[in-house]
Design a protein around this ligand. Structure first.
Ligand SMILES: [Zn+2]
Length: 285
């Protein structure tokens, strides 16, 4: 049995996972107003609430975390001020010192893809790219069941591949980034330009609304260009779409998947994705 953690800037989710199934789970708030000490004590609180009583059964602690994480060393290379003092923290050393257990640590975007690999045997036999359409666009990439990652976290930057020449300026300083066209925010902005209220475009599309159909057609064009941009750097067989905007597509998802040059699938791991992905990474510990 593994104790799996999903550390975010608001909450820390923990779960006891055995054979790929979550047996028990809990969540604790992340303390972010007293530097690293606060973050680490919240991590300990969250782990302890499941660890006590299960000490003999837990063989490893597997952690998915916000921030740029070096999978090889289990160290936080970079975290924003959402997690103050967290940069430079070696997660796996801390687990070893505190619990005497082996550990793995991985970025949460990468963990989301690993969670999908855990749930699908098919994905483990091919090359898979994932785009997480949230307030930004996150990315991850795996080949034949193994995450492909590097310290620069290039795969997480799929969202900043350019898909529109002379397009919308991005907060990264470049122009025409995928994130400016396919993030939840971008989708709402495009919908608003067509007189459609926030978060209603996919429902209206399914009801046959003409303006929503025009938005959907534009979005599908952007998705195609995003697929081409990712394929140019990392060829893949299946694209998995996750995040709030992909969930929001509901029944409209099949419209976006149809006629694409690769398989396009919706993420299935949902809320537990980070913990399941960390479990998959540490499955042999
Ligand atoms: Zn950008």
């Amino acid at each position: 049995m593994k104790l799996c953690v999903d550390l975010g800037a608001t909450n820390i989710k923990v779960g006891l996972i055995e054979g790929g199934a979550v047996i028990r789970s809990a969540s604790r708030p992340t303390v972010t107003d007293c530097g690293r000490e606060g973050v680490v004590s919240s991590l300990k609180n969250a782990i302890d609430c499941l660890y006590h009583g299960a000490e003999d059964a837990v063989s490893a602690i597997c952690i998915s975390s916000a921030g740029t994480i070096d999978v090889k060393t289990g160290t936080v290379i970079y975290a924003t001020d959402n997690l103050p003092g967290y940069t430079g923290f070696c997660i796996t050393d801390w687990v070893k010192q505190t619990y005497g257990l082996p550990s793995v640590a991985v970025n949460d975007g990468h963990a989301a893809l690993l969670g999908e690999l855990l749930l699908s045997e098919e994905y483990r036999t091919e090359r898979v790219a994932m785009l997480t359409l949230g307030s930004g666009v996150g990315g991850a990439y795996a080949e034949y069941g193994e995450l492909v990652a590097n310290e620069q976290n290039n795969y997480a930057l799929f969202g900043h591949l350019p898909i529109a020449e002379g397009g919308i300026p991005c907060n990264c300083g470049r122009i025409g980034c995928m994130e400016q066209y396919l993030s939840g925010r971008a989708i709402n902005r495009l919908a608003a330009e067509h007189g459609i209220k926030k978060d209603t475009v996919f429902d209206l599309f399914l009801q046959g609304d003409a303006a929503a159909a025009r938005v959907a057609e534009r979005l599908k064009g952007y998705l195609l260009r995003a697929i081409e941009a990712v394929s140019a750097v990392n060829p893949f067989d299946t694209l998995i779409l996750g995040g709030g905007a992909a969930d929001g597509m509901g029944e409209a998802f099949s419209y976006f998947a149809e006629g694409m040059p690769c398989k396009v699938r919706k993420a299935r791991a949902g809320n537990a994705a980070g913990m399941l992905g960390a479990y998959y990474l540490g499955r042999n510990l």
